[in-house]
Design a protein. Structure first.
Length: 275
């Protein structure tokens, strides 16, 4: 099934802040909330709280703009859906650096990918939510720079062949530079998310946690979830980047920063000067 282009959380018509130029017109505090949503929470923390993990990746405007250019398609820089695969031998050749997005069904993965690609209106983010429908890995090519893979959403009743497909991908894909594990920012880490973390830790591949739908959580709830997950990452993980990425595909918060991080980890923005 193809989602209608202007529908859903990240419908293009409802995304006035898709481009940095639009965000820069906002007043300072709102601008920070959109570009650095995690930093915006800092002043509500108890004195003495370790805020170092809040600022590990904090690019300046020039880096954010260079990253945005990668996500903006034009004739010389096509961005497009390439293919889908249910097995590794159907995956496109691993020619470019790659990132993948995984998460529970309904975590907001397709909305986030649509938001990331909102400056490339021709990109269609395919979703298959029909029960019993084959779940596939969807590959998107961003010019000659990197590929982004939308992995099928997982849940309690993920069939064995699906688990095998995800495991095989994560273990075998040598061009995979970073895995983005999406966690619902309203409900926090769930049992199935823990299973995904265990799998990523076991395979020893680097990953990042992204908290979705932050516009839906009250500030108090978001702070609680952020601190709990940050503590969990610190105490229980080796491969997870200590800074959490917070996003709202509706308000576009965190999306510019995430674009920049993707550009960085795929080697397309090697030096990122701090803001
Ligand atoms: P997926 O199954 O992980 O691809 O999830 P979807 O992207 O389809 O989103 C699941 C539901 O959450 C849909 O109803 C979306 O409209 C909603 N949603 C996704 N992202 C956001 C967000 O950032 N904010 C809000 N308020 N809703 C969102």
């Amino acid at each position: 099934m193809l989602l209608p282009r202007a529908g859903g959380a990240a419908g293009r018509a409802s995304l006035p802040l898709a481009a940095l130029s639009q965000v820069l017109r906002l007043e300072r505090s709102r601008r920070t909330a959109i570009v650095f949503p995690l930093q915006k929470l800092e002043r509500y923390l108890a004195p003495g709280t370790d805020t170092a993990p809040f600022r590990l990746f904090q690019p300046g405007l020039a880096a954010l703009q260079r990253a945005e250019a990668l996500f903006r398609s034009d004739r010389g820089h096509p961005i497009d859906y390439v293919s889908s695969a249910v097995r590794m031998d159907h995956a496109p050749p691993p020619a470019l650096p790659e990132v993948c997005f995984i998460g529970r069904s309904n975590v907001g993965k397709s909305s986030l990918i649509r938001a990331l690609f909102s400056l490339a209106p021709e990109v269609e983010v395919r979703v298959s939510k029909t029960p019993g429908h084959t779940k596939k890995m969807n590959f998107f090519k961003v010019g000659k720079y990197f590929t982004l893979v939308d992995m099928p959403g997982y849940g309690y009743r993920a069939p064995q062949d699906f688990v095998q497909m995800v495991e095989a991908y994560l273990q075998e894909r040598h061009n995979l530079k970073r895995t983005f594990l999406l966690v619902d920012g309203v409900v926090g880490l769930q049992k199935t998310d823990h299973i995904a973390v265990e799998m990523l830790e076991e395979f020893g591949i680097p990953y990042v946690m992204v908290l979705t739908k932050i516009d839906r959580a009250s500030r108090g709830l978001l702070l609680k979830n952020v601190l709990e997950i940050q503590e969990f990452v610190k105490e229980n993980t080796q491969g997870c980047f200590p800074q959490l990425f917070l996003v709202s595909s509706v308000e576009f918060s965190g999306v510019h920063l995430l674009r920049c991080f993707v550009a960085h980890v795929t080697g397309n923005l090697p030096t990122v000067e701090a803001s």
